[in-house]
Design a protein around this ligand. Structure first.
Ligand code: NAD
Length: 297
């Protein structure tokens, strides 16, 4: 397929490189010149402008920091530069309302649209093992499936435009809340004199069992591969969890859902990111909980 790939950052560049390796005709572009140089090093062909990158493309894939970047690009001439009926596939993580607005703009301009945010991080982008959560019609899903198979190991068709973003923030809101709860449980266990391993052995086989404990355990020891064993090197960075929880809160507000824990988790992760946790794995939130705990001595 002929693909215009915009946004060659931490995620976008390895995704584009995998598409090139699979034989697709990719033309990349990024507003940061250094990103174009790095792309050349990975054999990803680039253009001098976004307009050039999308010219003649069947699919325009975007991997941007935010919905504002996407809407600005769509309104700033990207949609007008593409051939009629081009499929605009956005893989960024953005606000659900912005995703729906972006899809509507694309359709109004005579194009097709899909959203497919990812989980799996930079490691998954490089290895081609991302999970895609897709918001698209059946026909659009079928068109993009061969591309998603190259860049990822799993694609879940969640519904129409915006449904991919909706699924992603619902999942990450749950993840943010459960990691805080798991961390509180381990800190409470410490205060009550429990060994980490003993508490892990109980939780991992009892009703408190969850991914935050069994895969990304916030204390070192019980799960050797968890970021806690390497001083909370990410993994999934606190800044990204804070961003996703901000999107979740926006969705809670726009839908009127009484999401008290999601809202509180967003505040806790915003503080974590400001206090030096932005570049640390989100499970490092346990150190904040310890620091904010009062000594019983
Ligand atoms: P990044 O900041 O490294 O890359 C984004 C790139 O988009 C930058 O290079 C930027 O210059 C470029 N860009 C912005 N506006 C542009 C425009 N108009 N035209 C061309 N390029 C433009 O971010 P990232 O880590 O690659 O993340 C991208 C998206 O993926 C974000 O929405 C993020 O939330 C999501 N995500 C990231 C991870 C992760 O681990 N990094 C995991 C899951 C999802």
């Amino acid at each position: 397929m002929k693909i215009g790939f915009l946004g060659l950052g931490h995620m976008g560049l390895p995704m584009a490189a995998n598409l090139v390796k699979a034989g697709h005709q990719v033309t990349g572009f990024d507003v940061v010149p250094a990103a174009l140089e790095t792309a050349a090093g990975l054999a990803v062909p680039t253009a001098d402008s976004a307009v050039q990158a999308v010219a003649g493309a069947e699919v325009v894939l975007t991997m941007f920091p935010s919905g504002k970047h996407l809407l600005d690009a769509y309104r700033g001439g990207l949609l007008a530069a593409a051939d009629p009926n081009t499929l605009f596939l956005d893989c960024s993580t953005i606000n659900v309302d912005e995703a729906r607005a972006a899809a509507a703009l694309a359709v109004e301009a005579g194009h097709r649209a899909a959203d497919a945010p990812v989980s799996g991080g930079v490691v998954g982008a490089e290895a081609g093992t991302l999970t895609f959560m897709v918001g698209a019609s059946d026909q659009e899903f079928e068109t993009i499936s061969p591309l998603l198979e190259v860049m990822g190991k799993r694609a879940v068709h969640c519904g129409g435009n915006g449904a991919g973003q909706a699924a992603k923030i619902c999942n990450n809101m749950l993840l943010g809340v459960t990691m805080i709860a798991a961390s509180e449980a381990f800190v409470l266990g410490e205060k009550l004199g429990l060994e980490h391993q003993a508490l892990y052995d109980v939780i991992s086989t009892a009703s408190g069992q969850c991914w935050a404990v069994t895969t990304n355990c916030p204390v070192p020891g019980p799960v050797p591969s968890s970021p806690a064993n390497r001083d909370y090197q990410p993994g999934f960075a606190g800044a990204l969890m804070s961003k996703d929880l901000g999107l979740a809160v926006a969705a809670l507000q726009s839908t009127g859902v009484a999401g008290e824990l999601g809202t509180l988790a967003s505040q806790i992760y915003a503080r974590f990111a400001e206090d030096g946790g932005a570049g640390r794995d989100f499970s490092g939130i346990i150190t904040e909980i310890r620091e904010h705990s009062v000594s019983a001595d």
